[in-house]
Design a protein around this ligand. Sequence first.
Ligand code: BGC
Length: 550
Amino acid sequence: MSDYKFIAGDKKWWRQAVVYQIYPRSFADLNGDGIGDLAGMIDRVTYLKSLSIDAVWLSPFYPSELADGGYDVADYRNVDPRIGTLEEFDKLIEELHKVEIRVFVDIVPNHSSDQHEWFQAALKAGRGSAERERYIFHDGIGENGDIRPSELVSHFGPTGWTRVTEPDGTPGQWYLHLFAPEQPDFNWDNQEVRDDFIKTLRFWSDRGVDGFRIDVAHALTKDFSDGLPARNTMDIDPTKPDGSDPLFDRDEVHEIYREWRKVFNEYDPPRVAVAEASAPAHRLGAYASEETLGQAFNFDLLHADWNTKRFKHLISNSMKRAEKSGSSNTWVLSNHDVVRHPTRYGLPDKTDLVKWYISEGKSAPLDAKQGIDRARASTMLILALPGSTYLYQGEEIGLFEVADTPREAMQDPQWFRNPGKARSRDGCRIPLPWTTTGSSFGFGPGGSHLPMPADFGKYSVEANEADTNSVLNLYRTAIAMRRGLQCHEEINFIFNRNRSVLHFARPNGWQSFTNFGKSPVKLPKGKVLLSSQPLVGSQVPGETTVWLQA
Ligand code: BGC
């Protein structure tokens, strides 16, 4: 197990960290089974170090039937044998810590897999048992109980209730699942559930894990005292933005996180966490306080059009929110659930991304140059802001969303459980291309679990390495430079008459200047440190960010 010396003393490292998300099954496959593995990550530690990142976050690598890409966890304290072993996990942590990269793992506390031993035990034990109490079982309606307990949709399809067969072979109770039927929701009123997650947090913390990303952090506690919820959307009830929605963002959820905080603080340095919480903006701070998880994702930019006013507004609001909670900001442009941002920025504004995906990318024209120019500029912009930046694997090589994956190869339940209504997240989960040619473009020697497009080699790490102006080289330079420029968590907007410009300064004189428009604008005074596109004399080209030192 790894030793902690190199980070002892630096208790605030997470406040302005660059965290790189690894989607394990699609990162690098060393054993040739088509699925990325821990050995593949160990093999790429030098690459990760070359990015100058502070931490990696590993999406789930636990044993799983893969009903939801690993977010259906069958054993929270183990490694999927297809991905590796606990010994390899220890080795990965050791190698990453040697090069001063910290590690976050994903905790999935709202639901387990239906293959989890507790759920299997609940099925066997039958109605009224202590085993069923760990999940949310209810009798159906009607004489034979064959009508579902309430009309509730799930994130992945038309119903959030599935009926089980009782041990005697008769149709029986129903259980709640906010996601796929293979993801039964835990009952967080149950003490055993609470104790078991504390055990899991200690298990990984003892192995040297530095932080946790908490999946669906807003949904754990539920209150059905006014009856079982019936609704046709999984959005929080807009009339209850105050903690009283029966399913989401209830105040009691923070009791759980206060308990977790005590566990985090048993370690030196304290373990950290970031909440994936879908809650009204004014309530996000409760997840990000020092007594709870410490930080919460800000997903505003995932949905923001490329527009100066919009960006400025979102940035100001996020700054205010962070100040109020005592946390730091978080900035995210892409992750494993959304359309990659070069694609979002390359499609016409207001493109319906679901329709676009369903049409295999034919419903709207993609302007690839515009997409990449804006992606480069927006990455430099968010890296200049105070707070943590969360990057998603593949964005550093300029990957676009893949919309034409053969339909029979799809894996995402969001796709096949919502026919015609949702996109498949497989489009952002295609394995990484490492080489310009060869078997799976260097992802692994034995093919890849999702098909890789024929032109993927041009985005490969190898192709990026060979081009001094590549996206990869920009990321490397910008992230490394940012380390030396970090300072107090403040910005001051600088007025510019041109409405396409977003210009701000940090307290040490580091400035970021983004031209959102298409036409060049005048470069302000200051020493140019870096630019997302080559400058043209004293002009900043369209869709470009420049860093300056005043
Ligand atoms: C994860 C998704 C997952 C869902 C259910 C999310 O928020 O990011 O990938 O499908 O939780 O666990």
